[in-house]
Design a protein. Sequence first.
Length: 277
Amino acid sequence: MGEMDGKVAVVTGGASGIGEATVRLFIEEGAKVVIADMQQERGEALASELGNMATFVQVEVRQEEQVKSAIDTAVEGWGRLDCIFNNAGFGGVLGPVEDIPVEEFDMSFDVLVRGVFLGMKHAIPFMKKQGSGSIINTGSIAAVTAGRGPLIYSVCKAAVVQLSKVTAMSLGANSIRVNAICPGYIATPLSTNTVGRPDEKIEERIQGMEYQQPIPRVGRPEDIANMALYLASDRSSFITGQAIVVDGGAATGVSWENQKDVYKEYHPIRVYNPDRE
């Protein structure tokens, strides 16, 4: 028996990267999934591969009617909605505040924050009717510590985390849980700038990378999918309003190996014993 038997989910950004890994895992665990993504060719191919447990809806998450259509497709096709994973995103505008055009600032917020808001807005009424549900939003370690991502992206992800927390407070009585997953660096088409290219290019881009987090390897989409599965399943029934960091320890600090050598050897205290050798 799978962790998601009988459950229905919508995954935005579900055609590649973290979204694709989550779609595959949810279906492996028994769920039916709507793959909501801009990438029509890739999304349709994935749905075809996964058979009658998946369907694809082309969605640009800034467009309210398209987001609503994905959610309606799940409910009309399978009769319920147990989970929405608001995962679609991009890196947003780059650069310092003083150089950023207002329209690109707005576009960044539209994709990264408005898209999450729209997914929640249209999922919540169905979840309230059935008296249960899990909403999962993709944040970032850039939301919880400075300097881990582009400036405006970091601000947007911080907004997603806070939106998740305040919404969780309003929905607990309805048995609807809301949580954010905050990934560190994950090898995806977006993070490796290989969108629209074969996935093999991801492996080429990450060859030789150095990692300063305690777990010295690149994060994989499956690492985030595993957390999404936990939050979507009944195993997390007492967890809501949380921003769960999945980053190999990167946001916690610098790994032991990368700390200054002087920190790693015993040196006697001299402040109170100035004559001590």
